[in-house]
Design a protein around this ligand. Structure first.
Ligand code: NDP
Length: 451
């Protein structure tokens, strides 16, 4: 048996990497983890966490607006961007330290620096050389910006948290999670927002009714959404930037955010030399056990996964730890992964879209509801809520659950348990609602949609 410095060497200290390192170390494995930046990866530093904090900040604008209808007179609110940035930075720094102490407490060795593969069991970090029985790639992803004249003037999501000064006019390019979330957040914080999407809808992977409803609500909130629009070039003008669209129109802005997707972080790590194959989308090619084409090298999270979501990376990491250091082989089930888009209002979704369900199950029954939530009867805000259930006709199983409305992420998380357990529409119907809530609508939809 060859002897190695470590049982597991993790490259990347984001959600998946830290989880795998920590849990493997807790099981007695000798673990090292290399990270070249702050611990916590995209989620903690420039993703989920700061984004949600800013989303809360944007929510206060709505709360101030709503307060009058409930009898509160609020003096004209003033927003202090510098204070929000400083408070966010302090909280993120605290989380970075929490991650470090979790690793430390579990007995994992943290190695600061850029890791490169040398062979199937060897990693270099700077001048230091380490060997390990297993190597786990958990290097995540990064924003992708297509080539275009003036590309150097745009920013990506990583930079949105520390913009200086706060932009008066923001142009967002893209119609996915990140584009929609930042459009909503910056609109809420007081910015004039235009969103350009190359297709005729937002959120391509989502249910069609959800996409249409969200676009309607975002427009109602004052975001200028332009579909079938692409940027041809960008140039600096006296006061800001000017984007020239493919069809000739111009949009002026102080900041142009490209939220045009993300690509896996696979460069500069020696993957090619060691023979780790990539798939057609540039992700590390893995088998059902997360092993790459080099069996001692595994990969989890955004660098390899089909579902680039933090909780998926955490779950994949646990499957790998069980496989290598414990409970043995098990498979992760990617169906019915719930997800939310933290727009205002939120989108929450679990299971199949209507089109996906028809393809997978054949005949489906649809239920949907659109209403103005009780809260807004006095708040005066015109925001509406949408909910939709998709039921497999043959089994009566609820195979799609979708919502656009307040706290959709929180609500759908709860229903996701029922969905995974295989709940039928009859079980939804037999569930007593909590009155008065928005969520009760999911258990009181009785009349199928025609067609
Ligand atoms: P998405 O894949 O969600 O969206 C990318 C958007 O950019 C799409 O609208 C796409 O258009 C558009 N696009 C792609 N290439 C071009 C191009 N060359 N020119 C113009 N438009 C283009 O990516 P995101 O970066 O927003 O998010 C990445 C992933 O991160 C998400 O899929 C999600 O898994 C995760 N994420 C999750 C969040 C959450 O859980 N709340 C929050 C943020 C990210 P088209 O629709 O035509 O393909």
């Amino acid at each position: 048996m060859p002897t190695y410095d470590f049982d597991l060497f993790v490259i990347g200290g984001g959600s998946g990497g830290v989880r795998a390192a920590r849990m493997a170390a807790q099981r007695g494995a000798r673990v090292a983890i290399a990270e070249c930046a702050e611990l916590g990866g995209t989620c903690v530093n420039v993703g989920c966490i700061p984004k949600k904090l800013y989303s809360y900040a944007a929510g206060y604008a709505e709360a101030f607006e709503e307060a009058a209808g409930y009898g509160w007179d609020v003096a004209k609110p003033h927003f202090d961007w510098a204070r929000l940035k400083a408070n966010r930075a302090r909280e993120i720094h605290r989380l970075n330290e929490v991650y470090e102490s979790l690793l430390d407490g579990a007995g994992a060795t943290l190695i600061a620096g850029w890791a490169q593969l040398v062979d199937a069991h060897t990693v270099m970090v700077g001048e230091r050389r380490f060997t390990a029985q297993h190597i786990l790639l958990a290097t995540g992803g990064m924003p992708f910006v297509p080539e275009l004249p003036g590309k150097e003037h745009v920013v990506v999501s990583d930079q949105m948290f520390d913009l200086d000064p706060f932009p008066k006019r923001l142009l967002v390019v893209g119609g996915g999670y990140i584009a929609c979330e930042f459009a909503s957040i910056f609109k809420g914080l007081g910015c004039e927002v235009t969103l350009l999407q190359r297709k005729a809808h937002l959120l391509s992977e989502f249910d069609e009714d959800v996409r249409d409803f969200l676009a309607q609500e975002m427009r109602r909130a004052g975001i200028d959404i332009r579909f079938n629009s692409e940027i041809a070039s960008i140039r600096e003008i006296e006061h800001g930037l000017c984007a020239v669209l493919a069809r000739g129109q111009r949009v002026e802005a102080d900041v142009i955010l490209f939220a045009t997707g993300r690509v896996p972080n696979t460069q500069g790590m020696g993957l090619e030399q060691v023979g780790v194959a990539l798939d057609d989308r540039g992700r590390v090619k893995i088998d059902a056990d997360y092993r790459s084409s080099v069996p001692s090298i595994l990969a989890v999270g955004d660098v390899a996964t089909r579902q680039p979501l933090t909780p998926v990376a955490l779950a994949e990491a646990m499957v790998v730890v069980d496989l290598l250091f414990g409970k043995g082989k098990r498979r992760m089930d990617y169906a019915f992964t719930p997800t939310a888009v933290f727009t205002h209002p939120n989108v929450g979704t679990c299971g199949y879209t209507e089109a996906g369900a028809r393809m997978k199950f054949g005949e489906v029954t649809l239920f949907s509801s659109e209403f103005r939530a009780l809260r807004h009867t006095l708040s005066g805000r015109p925001e509406r809520t949408f909910m939709k259930l998709i039921v497999d006709k043959a089994s009566d199983r609820v195979v799609g659950l979708h919502m656009v409305g307040p706290e959709a992420g929180e609500i759908v998380q709860g229903f996701a348990v029922a969905m995974r357990a295989g709940a039928t529409k009859a079980m939804f119907d037999a569930t007593i609602g909590i009155h008065p809530t928005v969520a009760e609508e999911f258990v009181t939809m009785r009349e199928p949609m025609p067609g």
